[in-house]
Design a protein around this ligand. Structure first.
Ligand code: ADP
Ligand code: ASP
Ligand code: MG
Length: 408
């Protein structure tokens, strides 16, 4: 029998009314004869509200208690959705992350899934039940509840789909697919009906928040097709799979941005390269993503980090100040990153030049330009990021192009 994993994000389960509507979707899939496993997020903005509660109590919450708290959001949704299904005569059972056998490493707050013991889920599927699993959470070897990082329910869904060798993992969300840029900010963004794992991973890792980049990694490992579609509208979404082929010659596939970025710069470092390597290792061990640039002329090291990681990074830097010997540290908030994405972009220097030209012509003040194999990124003031994204989208010929990619 075929297995389908369905994932519903926060907006899709944002009210009891919506939970009932999603139960209908689950039921329809079940009626087609599939085994169905459902992964849900916390309702609406519940996770943000839980984070806010903490700020009334402490500015330095312990990671263990933070994960204990944040994991409760998803627990509310699994029980309500299971009840909604039972109410409609569908047999259903809810599982938290640990009940679903999801084991993670011990990096609390940003844990990675290490293994999934699917025994209990398979047993319930064998009994004809729909299994509803809490996204975004697992359990460490020590038996503590862990969370996977913001947006982590996508990871749960893709990892479960892989572990169960599912036929498909459907990601239901509040947009009707993946676009060449965030359609809420770039109105001329074009929908991509089909994408390769690599392209999706490149877009997601540089800020396309529609899907967590680690979800793509899990799906790619076992070749599970990911289907991104709207919870609210009918119509074709975006299929992400191994056979998507590029049509057309545009080397740029999308424009992404991240709005709340901090720049932290350490000056007069004694050994910039040694510092860079050690810092990157430390950040990697904590699963913190950062862009690290060294400026040899000033013996300085610059970090671009997300707002949510700022406190942790500052405390690492403070603890290690003596060891890494820098004279002072400067911090700038209110920045954003905007990137153009495509495979092998680094080997095409004209793209970086065009990007700088477009930004200059539109009076966007660029603080820093960096590049990787798949992207060129400019750091700009947050107040200018939307303008920058729109102009780059137009400048690189991405506006309203009907479809850039097609399935085989
Ligand atoms: P969910 O709660 O369902 O996981 P998210 O808010 O995490 O939903 O992701 C959906 C959002 O992703 C959309 O509302 C959209 O604003 C944003 N987004 C960012 N980049 C893209 C893109 N390239 N294509 C589509 N949506 C995007
Ligand atoms: N509820 C978590 C969050 O808001 C996980 C998710 O929605 O994917 O980040
Ligand atoms: Mg999401």
């Amino acid at each position: 029998m075929s297995t389908i994993v369905q994932k519903f994000g926060g907006t899709s389960v944002g009210s009891t009314e919506r939970i009932k509507r999603m139960a209908d979707r689950v039921m329809r899939e079940k009626e087609k004869g599939h085994d169905v496993v459902v992964v849900v997020s916390a309702m609406g903005k519940t996770t943000d509200a839980l984070v806010k509660l903490v700020s009334d109590i402490t500015s330095e919450p312990s990671k263990r208690e933070m994960d204990m708290l944040l994991s409760t959001g998803e627990q509310v949704t699994i029980s309500l959705l299971s009840m909604a299904l039972q109410q409609q005569g569908v047999e259903a059972i809810s599982f938290t992350g640990w009940q679903a056998g999801i084991q993670t490493d011990s990096v609390l707050g940003n844990a990675h899934i290490q293994s999934i013991d699917t025994g209990r889920i398979l047993n319930e599927l064998d009994h004809g039940k729909v299994v509803v699993v809490a996204g975004f959470q697992g359990v460490t070897e020590d038996g503590d509840i862990s969370t996977l990082g913001r947006g982590g329910s996508d990871i749960t869904a893709a990892a479960l789909a892989s572990a169960l060798k599912a036929d498909r993992c459907d990601i239901y969300t509040d947009v009707d697919g993946v676009y060449t840029s965030d359609p809420r900010f770039v109105p001329k963004a074009s929908k991509l009906t089909s994408l390769s794992y690599e392209d999706m991973q490149n877009l997601a890792s540089m800020g396309a928040g529609v899907l967590h980049p680690r979800a793509v990694k899990h799906a790619k490992k076992f070749g599970i097709p990911l289907y991104i579609k709207s919870s609210f509208e009918k119509g074709r979404g975006t299929m992400i799979h191994g056979k998507a082929k590029q049509i057309g010659s545009n080397p740029v596939i999308g424009v992404t941005f991240e709005k709340d970025i901090n720049r932290v710069e350490m000056f007069d470092c004694e050994d910039v390269e040694g510092f860079r390597k050690a810092l990157m290792c430390e950040l990697a061990s904590r699963h913190i993503q950062a862009d690290v640039y060294k400026q040899t002329c000033r013996n300085s090291l610059s970090l671009l980090i997300k707002e949510q990681d700022l406190q942790e990074v500052l405390s690492i830097l403070d603890k290690e100040k003596e060891k890494w010997m820098y004279s002072r540290i400067e911090r700038k908030r209110g920045l954003s990153k905007v990137s153009v994405i495509g495979q092998n972009i680094k080997s095409q220097p004209a793209i970086k030049m065009d990007m700088c030209k477009i930004l200059l012509e539109n009076a966007v003040r660029v603080k820093l330009v960096g590049e990787s194999a798949i992207s060129v990124t400019a750091v700009v003031e947050k107040s200018q990021v939307q303008l920058a994204a729109e102009r780059l989208h137009t400048g690189f010929g991405l506006d309203y192009k009907v479809v850039m990619k097609a399935s085989m």
